[in-house]
Write a protein that binds this ligand. Structure first.
Ligand code: NAD
Ligand code: UDP
Length: 314
């Protein structure tokens, strides 16, 4: 018996494809909607083996095709890595603004449950640490990251308009740095860069002095949190951080990956990109309380799995 029909925008991406697999495993019928801007069809190889899976290649900023019945929408479409959204700034801003409005309208039409994949980037370069959902953030409104940060903030604002005006059953999750298999080798994020540099014996490129911090969540933990947020009644109308509070400086992360891969790579220091947040760590008390969720995979265990994955590609 089907649990319902889920639409996953960005379903061919890194997180979206894992969520698709997870929902199919739970008994949902799943349609993945993706224009393959930063995603890949090969991420959906496992999903394609399910009769309950459909892939629709489409740009969500364009008029939508007939999707059929939908019970829940997980809206993940958007470039997410810093180099991706700086390569596609206009596409990113439009996807998170107009694309989100189109998905919200679709949710209202079908009375579907809606989940917005927002981001820790809405906190900008935070002046509160760790970051709680109540913190309003410190974002440069027109800097090089603003195409992403500000359009995600707009997506949050619009989602709450639909909650208040149309009584939409929506929740907003703020995803903190997530990693694992299917992250593109060259997508520019710190873990994919460092692991592949270490495996190839090329310099591990720490930007700046490496004292900035991030907190890293393994993708299966994140997907478990997304499913709980999507299905929990208590999450309706709420904003919830999802991430792993295990915090590292970028320098320590480089050294850890070098050790774990037994790499001979040098660790080099390059320029720090503009508006790079100094520190980031989620306060996950709300997710623990509302969803009964917390991560279960340590950074060491998650890195082991991720290193093993990238070894299969090299
Ligand atoms: P990703 O780039 O792998 O996936 C994004 C997917 O969206 C891609 O498959 C891409 O082709 C698709 N897409 C982009 N624009 C589209 C459009 N106009 N129409 C249809 N599809 C479109 O990135 P990801 O890491 O899987 O991120 C997924 C979501 O999670 C994003 O919304 C991102 O902002 C959010 N997020 C991710 C992280 C992280 O650490 N990975 C952190 C915070 C938030
Ligand atoms: N970073 C780095 N070297 C790299 C890639 C990233 O030092 O090769 C740093 C980056 O400057 C930032 C942190 O690692 O401080 C996380 O970067 P990422 O792009 O993965 O995510 P985000 O900045 O969006 O958190």
């Amino acid at each position: 018996m089907s649990k319902g029909i889920a639409l996953v925008t960005g379903g061919a991406g890194f997180i979206g494809s894992h969520l698709t697999d997870g929902l199919l495993g739970l008994g949902y019928r799943v349609t993945a909607l993706d224009n393959l801007l930063t995603g890949r069809e090969e991420n959906l190889a496992a999903a394609r083996k399910h009769a309950a899976f459909t892939f629709v290649r489409h740009d969500i900023t364009q008029p939508l095709p007939d999707i059929g019945e939908v019970d829940c929408i997980a809206h993940l479409a958007s470039p997410a890595s810093v180099i991706d959204y700086q390569r596609y700034p206009e596409e990113t801003a439009l996807t998170n603004s107009w694309g989100t409005i189109q998905m919200l309208r679709l949710a209202v039409k079908h009375r579907a449950t809606f989940l917005l994949a927002s981001t820790s980037e809405v906190y900008g370069d935070p002046k509160e640490h760790p970051q709680k959902e109540t913190y309003w953030g410190n974002v440069n409104p027109n800097g090089v990251r603003s195409c992403y940060d500000e359009s995600k903030r707009f997506a949050e604002a619009m989602t709450m308009v639909y909650v208040r005006k149309y009584n939409l059953n929506a929740r907003i999750v703020r995803i903190f740095n997530t990693y694992g298999p299917r992250m593109r080798k060259n997508d520019g994020r710190v873990i994919s860069n460092f692991v592949n540099q270490a495996l190839e014996g090329t310099p591990i490129t720490v930007y700046g002095d490496g004292t900035q911090t991030r907190s890293f969540c393994y993708v299966s933990d994140l997907v478990a949190g997304l499913v709980k947020a999507m299905t929990s009644r208590d999450a309706a109308g709420e904003v919830i951080n999802l991430g792993n509070p295990e915090e590292y400086t970028v320098q320590d992360l480089a050294e850890k990956i070098k050790t774990m891969t037994h790499s001979s790579s040098a660790i080099t220091h390059n320029g720090l990109p503009d508006d790079d947040p100094r520190e980031r760590k989620p306060d996950i008390a709300k997710a623990q309380r509302l969803l009964g969720w917390e991560p279960t995979i340590s950074v060491t265990d998650g890195l082991e799995k991720t290193i093993a994955y990238y070894r299969t590609l090299s």
